[in-house]
Design a binder for this molecule. Structure first.
Ligand SMILES: [Fe+2]
Ligand SMILES: [Fe+2]
Length: 501
């Protein structure tokens, strides 16, 4: 087999096209070596080309600091970059390296595993919160948009991961899957495997990931469970109330690598803008009120920018992701924090958010387009997919005017973005008796479509971003913060008695 050709150089993303919230604040301070433009790449010169089959031998994994918990995310342009994060045990840093190259036409499975890598990139290392381990992360840039990439992470001294393959990230027609409240049960593993089998372009986990609840090694077993999915398909996340139980979010933040400050952020994928919020889930003390207010102001700005770009035809959809629901049919979960709900919903409606992806309530529920608890043609559709694996809750026994469909099943929701239409399909990994389907099977339990707003509706919500001072004239922001702290404490008190919540 001839040596792999270098991928064609691709231009770096236009920085005016997307805005990562608080870009640089807490973001990776990596020596981002651009391995594809030749300027600072570290090609493995002198390495012989990979062997041909049938003599090809997949290397065995050896080393004293083998990578584990490998997962892919984005911290920059989804079309041309990937960020890889993994862990090694012990305090000694074996190095943070990624070796990679294109999957060449005609490569056998063995050659994909065993062939030499033409490129390398170094990354950064930091302590993993609460365990004797290190978190490593590195970003691949200028990736070809039309060719899979094979890669491995690790180091010569510590050992290498198996070779994994990153598919191209299609921008015209693509799919993503959403669930929250994942945990580490049989249903969690079934949801993980079925999500992988659907082969989406990326995944959203809307908070309450590991349910470590202060037992930090449970994060290790969580990422072990996630790795078969997340080492090849980007997984983007937001924190939930259970992330607050690990050092106020420090356990989560030390294990994921995301845009901006890693807690709330925005980015475009194709014709969709995603805006991600903490929903106040990490606020533990009113002395930290400023953090929540800063986030609210930045979300307001991000959504105002997105609405303007949608009106200009640059994007078609705005999707908001957080852990907490705005409205719910979950028994005992009516908005716990009305002051934050009213403020958030005001911002969502003002800027015309199309779709709201949440978890927290361990139910599945799809709303009609809504606002203020009533159907509203130009409102947002909320998808509560809290069925990622943790124990299910109960539904109220009365109707909600805004609710279109609700049920109790573990599963996930897939969204196919095809031009100006998003087609949603919700799958369950269980039958109606809540028994796992055999052989990794799934059942469709809901389907829906969301159309891009027409010109009139797109223009209607086009309003400027408000400053915090202006928001403070419409809302009691101190009360918002105090009620959020109280909500979080009440959750903790309740969950200490029922840890699966
Ligand atoms: Fe949960
Ligand atoms: Fe939750």
């Amino acid at each position: 087999m001839s040596p792999p050709k270098p991928p064609k150089p691709f231009p770096l993303p236009d920085p005016t096209r997307r805005r990562l919230l608080r870009a640089g604040a807490g973001a990776l301070a990596l020596p981002l070596l651009n391995a594809c433009d030749g300027s600072s790449a570290t090609p493995d010169t002198g390495t012989p080309p990979g062997p041909d089959t049938p003599d090809c031998v997949v290397p065995t994994q050896t080393g004293t600091r083998l990578p584990r918990g490998l997962h892919v995310s984005w911290t920059d342009d989804p079309a041309t970059t990937r960020t890889l994060t993994w862990f090694t045990d012990g305090p000694d840093d074996p190095g943070t390296l990624v070796q990679y190259g294109p999957v060449e036409d005609g490569m056998s499975d063995c050659e994909i595993q065993a062939a030499a890598f033409p490129y390398g990139v170094a990354g950064a290392t930091k302590a993993t919160y609460g365990v004797d381990a290190l978190t490593h992360s590195a970003t691949l840039t200028a990736l070809p948009a039309d060719r899979p990439i094979r890669y491995r992470v690790g180091s010569e001294t510590g050992g290498w991961s198996p070779t994994r393959v990153l598919r191209p990230a299609p921008q015209d027609r693509f799919s993503f899957i959403h669930f929250g409240d994942h945990a580490q049960h049989d249903a969690s593993r079934a949801v993980t495997a079925a999500t992988r089998a659907r082969d989406p372009d990326f995944v959203w986990i809307a908070g309450d990931l590991s349910y470590a609840n202060g037992d930090q090694p449970l994060w290790d077993s969580y990422f072990d469970m996630l790795e078969p999915l997340a080492a090849e398909i980007p997984v983007m996340t937001c924190p939930g109330n259970h992330e607050n139980k690990d050092g106020g979010g420090a356990g989560y933040a030390s294990r994921v690598t995301l845009p901006g400050n890693g807690l709330y952020y925005g980015f475009d994928y194709g014709n969709v803008h995603f805006c991600v919020s903490t929903g106040g889930s990490l606020l533990s003390d009113v002395s930290d009120t400023g953090e929540l207010l800063t986030e609210i102001a930045e979300l307001e700005q991000d959504l105002a920018d997105a609405a303007r770009r949608r009106a200009n035809g640059e994007i078609d959809f705005i999707v908001f992701v957080q852990h907490y629901t705005i409205w719910t049919s979950c028994e005992g979960r009516d908005p716990f924090n009305f002051s934050l709900v009213l403020l958030e919903e005001n911002i969502l409606l003002r800027h015309g958010v199309d779709l709201l992806l949440v978890g927290h309530d361990h139910i599945y529920e799809r709303s009609k387009p809504m606002g203020a608890g009533l159907p509203l043609d130009i409102g947002y559709v909320q998808i509560t997919q809290g069925g990622g694996g943790q124990s299910l809750y109960e539904l109220v026994d009365y109707d909600m005017a805004w609710s279109a469909f609700r049920t109790l099943r573990h599963g996930f929701t897939e969204y196919v973005v095809d031009g100006k239409t998003i087609r949603g399909t919700t799958y369950s990994v269980e039958n109606e008796a809540l028994e796992l389907l055999p052989g990794g099977g799934v059942e469709i339990i809901d389907s829906f479509e969301i159309q891009a707003r027409n010109g009139t509706a797109k223009a209607m919500p086009l309003k400027p971003a408000r400053t915090l001072e202006e928001l403070g004239r419409e809302f009691d922001l101190q009360a918002v913060a105090e009620h959020t702290v109280r909500r979080n404490r009440l959750h903790d008190l309740f969950e200490d008695r029922t840890p699966n919540y």
